[in-house]
Design a protein around this ligand. Structure first.
Ligand SMILES: [Zn+2]
Length: 139
């Protein structure tokens, strides 16, 4: 059962825009592998991309599940009418076996007003075999 307001087809191009051999990966071959199953994303970049998709698809449960308990909010407030325009991963830095950072730019168009860029360096930790988002610095 797909939660959220925006059902997504597994064969559609993944919202995160990940390329494989210069072609867009299908959702079912990319972030859908983590969003639609209980399998954990294998690295911080994959987790970050899947969390971007979770914002696109209004998947609150997935966002909370992949948020480190120390920073996890009680709920996720999705802005109504936001259109996510794309994701660009700038870098994925593995610091040690359990810590990594991902720098990215996500673009969105609010219901009212001009498109905005969210440029962030996010911190991730590997906790009990699953990568979790901790927090990030806006750049
Ligand atoms: Zn993806």
């Amino acid at each position: 059962m797909i939660e959220g307001m925006k059902p997504f087809v597994m064969t559609d191009a993944c919202p995160c825009g990940r390329l494989h051999q210069k072609k867009l990966l299908a959702y079912g071959a990319c972030c859908g592998r983590w969003l639609e199953t209980d399998a954990p994303a294998p690295d911080a970049e994959s987790l970050m991309r899947s969390r971007y998709c979770a914002f696109v698809l209004d998947r609150e449960t997935y966002l909370l599940k992949t948020w480190h308990p120390s920073q996890r909010p009680a709920n996720v407030a999705f802005e109504p009418g936001v259109k996510w325009l794309g994701l660009e991963v700038r870098s994925h830095t593995v610091q040690d076996a359990t810590h990594a950072q991902v720098e990215f730019v996500a673009r969105q168009k609010p219901a009212v007003g001009a498109a905005v860029r969210l440029h962030e360096r996010s911190r991730f930790v590997l906790d009990n075999g699953a990568w979790l988002y901790v927090d990030g610095d806006a750049l």
